[in-house]
Design a protein. Structure first.
Lengths: 452, 323
């Protein structure tokens, strides 16, 4: 179902192989695969169309770099272009104004505005020593003000009380006045969620903006949004002079194509990413990671990137092929894979290149554990005969004893390795069938000391 | 305006439960879609006016379906179905083509139209699940009204013990509905819901609506937590929960499929509620759900108010999607 772009391209790569350049004619099929991958990731269709024509222009005539096949070169072009469109790396909150710097939040219902106010307040207080005040202008959703009050308490920032009987504009102005008189550096203004087609509510937030004249107006958007993200983003961008975007719920397994749609339509920088419900779950936005995530290929792409730096090309191609089929992945490959990981600086470095949620999981590993494990695994496989590596089923008790003795380990270490290999094989199959979420679950079983 | 899929017969009846003063959900839905409808109607008109099922038409229909979140696989399925119908029935007029596509769509999502029957258990325990911000708590508020309008007694369980002021939010919906909300200081959702069901039994209540905290399927410990809630419900009532509703936000794209699959695995989803259909998002992902992991759609949400809940009707849904 959701196979990643590299696998998709592997299917059309044959036609590209051996040709030194990408041309109009040989990339048409490949671009169709790119289009499908983007649509599956929820990038809005008009945005996909624009993107494809931009990539086509860039890719045609591109020389095939060194050891790579044209298919991989195209993946490179797609990825680079996507990362470029995602914008520059982290741009924080602007304070270029007479204090307090006012930040107005806007977005759909349930996007994560209130939570983001808490996260941002905590972030500015802790990392930039700012004196932060927050206020809620959400007089509609039951207990919305109560929610912000509680969140502010958790964040250790000041809360300006309001009540459902008041007018949002009046609340905001009173809070701004209070912030000024009490020397707050920042005032974060939470608002009610609203639909872009709700004219009354859109007029309300326009009035709020006019009254407050905020230095930042942040559009808070759920990373899981579908095709309509493009309409919503356009409407908010037309109603308000947005200064940035916060992308929430990136701790989920959505591919997050909405990020590209919103970027494309608003042209505004994505300033922060929400990666958890807790108030510590706010990160700088990484355009590169987001590009990989949308393409569903953080992992394999890293391998390709590394291939450029001199890894064995044949092996990378064979690996991609085996990934694609999910079959014939034997202990030789397992060893190669581990060897390649080693060349790349170990698991940790590799995981750095994977989408955020995988990297997050890897964070639970004890430092250095994986490299030690890798060394032992290599030793064990080295003690096997070629036949054993190709057909691990034949490794019964006496063979296990021999291998263990050869590698200087216990028989149960050999057993563990064979188990891990089996898991790894399953993981390869899952990788072929399902997205990164499944891969993660697979990885849990593959590495010792990780989870259940 | 050129009106596709216009009914040849009478207008659909508003659901019986809807108060006479409230607009029918079709109206609400259409109000919401008014903006895009103009643009779409025009687009569809040009598509259909060619009157022939050729590649160009199929490509434009493909775009239309994809931009409604129908997804690649279900879009392909619907187009193949349309091609089959076109060939079989020799379709050559715009009207015939519209009807064929609408027909294909209704055939696909029609089986999901299965109203919720709460008569066979008392208390009928409904557990609500979903990702963060989907509309769970609000839907509970609306459902409480819906069941009370049918003469049922209702009790709410504040099972979201995590999010700030989640309890207060449900409490507010309890007050609006004038029904009891069982909540605890404790942080254990299973314990709260256990208590609520016991209380409902003691008081002879008809329906228990159990709120839970929003969670993403990647948070494995939270998926395990909600699975435990379900097991604990079975301890008080071995036949329960009698319905496990997954709340889906219509704005969400293809990830909705992952949500259905993951929650189904954890808590055995028996029905869906699709919320926020009053916006411009069309919720076409239900077509993909119908293909890949079909679950009955019990209700849809068409606003933030207490009356903005309607039983799902496949025909009306498809009409609103294409009108
Ligand atoms: N327009 C519209 N808004 C809705 C609908 N249903 C819910 N909402 C709004 O969506 C937001 C989130 O709703 P909640 O009911 O709090 O969602 P939840 O799933 O309980 O959220 P968490 O408990 O925080 O995970 C609120 O602002 C609701 O008013 C709907 O059908 N239409
Ligand atoms: N997992 C996760 N949940 C989030 C994130 N941001 C917000 N939430 C949750 O999403 C739901 C809606 O958030 P809220 O701040 O109330 O949204 P608002 O309606 O826009 O104010 C709540 O349950 C939050 O806990 C995030 O980055 N990750
Ligand atoms: Mg809020
Ligand atoms: Mg809730």
């Amino acid at each position: 179902m959701l196979d990643n772009l590299t696998q998709r391209l592997a299917r059309v790569m044959k036609t590209l192989k051996g040709e030194a350049r990408l041309t109009e004619s040989n990339i048409a099929d490949a671009l169709r695969e790119v289009r499908m991958a983007l649509l599956e990731a929820d990038v809005a269709l008009p945005v996909v169309k624009d993107f494809i024509s931009a990539v086509k222009e860039k890719a045609v005539g591109e020389e095939v770099i060194g050891s790579l096949s044209p298919g991989q070169a195209l993946v490179g072009v797609v990825h680079r272009e996507l990362a470029r469109l995602m914008g520059e790396a982290h741009e924080g909150i602007s304070f270029a104004t007479q204090p307090p710097a006012i930040v107005l939040m806007a977005g759909l219902q349930g996007a994560g505005k209130t939570t983001t106010v808490g996260k941002l307040g905590k972030f500015l207080k802790e990392t930039q020593k700012k004196k932060v005040l927050v206020v809620s202008c959400d007089v509609y959703r039951p207990a919305a003000i109560e929610q912000l009050k509680s969140v502010a308490g958790q964040a250790g920032i000041d809360f300006f009380p309001s009540s459902a009987g008041e007018k949002p504009e009046a609340i905001a102005l009173a809070a701004a006045d209070w912030a000024r008189r009490h020397y707050h550096d920042v005032l974060l203004v939470d608002t009610a969620g609203r639909l872009a087609i709700d004219e009354e509510m859109m007029a309300e937030i326009k009035r709020l903006h006019a009254a407050l004249n905020p230095i930042e107006t942040l559009f808070v958007v759920d990373a899981m949004l579908g095709q309509d993200a493009v309409n919503t983003a356009r409407a908010f961008n037309e109603a308000l002079p947005l200064t940035g975007v916060v992308l929430t719920k990136l701790d989920g397994d959505a591919r997050g194509g909405a990020a590209l749609s919103v970027r494309h339509v608003t042209g505004k920088p994505i300033k922060f990413a929400g990666v958890g419900e807790k108030l510590s779950g706010l990160e700088a936005f990484h355009p590169e990671r987001m590009a990989s995530r949308i393409l569903g290929m953080g992992d394999v792409l890293s391998l390709i990137e590394e291939a450029k730096k001199g890894l064995d090309e044949e092996k990378a191609v064979a690996f991609a092929k085996k990934l694609k089929s999910g079959k014939g992945f034997d202990l030789n490959d397992f060893k190669d894979q581990i060897g390649q990981m080693r060349k790349m600086g170990g698991m940790t470095a590799l995981l750095d290149k994977m989408p955020a949620q995988v990297a997050q999981m890897a964070g639970q590993l004890p430092v250095g554990a994986e490299n030690k494990m890798v060394g032992r695994v290599e030793g064990i496989i080295n003690s096997m005969t070629p036949a054993e590596r190709a057909k691990p089923e034949i490794i019964k008790a006496s063979r296990k004893r021999r291998i263990a003795a050869g590698a200087g380990v216990q028989v149960q270490d050999v057993n563990r390795l064979l188990n891990q290999f089996e898991q790894s094989q399953k993981m390869m199959k899952q990788l072929t069938k399902g997205g990164i979420g499944k891969l993660m679950r697979g990885m849990k079983g593959m590495l010792p000391g990780m989870g259940r | 305006m050129f009106s596709f899929f216009k009914k040849t017969g009478q207008e659909p009846q508003p659901p019986e439960s809807a108060p006479a003063s409230a607009p029918s959900w079709r109206e609400r839905l259409f109000q919401g879609l008014a903006k895009t409808r103009a643009q779409w109607g025009g687009k569809l008109k040009t598509i259909f006016s060619r009157g022939k099922v050729d590649d160009e038409l199929l490509e434009e229909l493909e775009s239309m379906l994809l931009t409604s979140d129908v997804g690649i696989e279900a879009t392909q399925f619907l187009l193949d179905d349309l091609k089959g119908r076109a060939k079989r029935d020799k379709l050559d007029t715009p009207e015939a083509i519209q009807q064929a596509l609408a027909g294909a769509f209704v055939d696909l999502v029609g089986p999901l139209e299965k109203p919720l029957d709460i008569e066979n258990h008392r208390p009928f325990v409904i557990m609500i699940a979903g990702v963060n911000g989907a509309g769970k708590t609000t839907s509970i508020g609306k459902l409480a009204k819906y069941f009370q309008d049918q003469g049922k007694s209702v009790l709410l369980a504040a099972g979201d013990t995590f999010r700030a002021a989640a309890r207060e939010q449900l409490q507010a919906w309890g007050e609006r509905n004038n029904v009891t909300v069982i909540s605890q200081e404790s942080g254990d959702p299973a314990a709260v819901i256990f208590d609520a069901i016991a209380a409902a039994k003691a008081r002879g209540i008809d329906v228990v609506l159990a709120d839970t905290a929003g969670r993403l399927p990647t948070q494995l410990h939270l998926m395990e937590e909600i699975a435990k809630v379900r097991r604990v419900i079975q301890k008080v009532d071995p036949t329960g929960p009698h319905e496990t509703l997954l709340v889906l936000d219509a704005n969400i794209g293809q990830n909705a499929l992952q949500q259905v699959k993951a929650f189904d695995k954890a808590v055995q989803v028996t029905g869906l509620v699709v919320t926020k259909l009053d916006g411009t998002a069309k919720g076409g992902v239900v077509a993909a759900i119908a293909r890949q992991c079909p679950k009955p759609i019990r209700f849809i949400g068409v606003g933030e108010g207490i009356d903005d809940l309607r039983p799902f009707s496949a025909k009306d849904f498809v009409d609103a999607l294409f009108e």
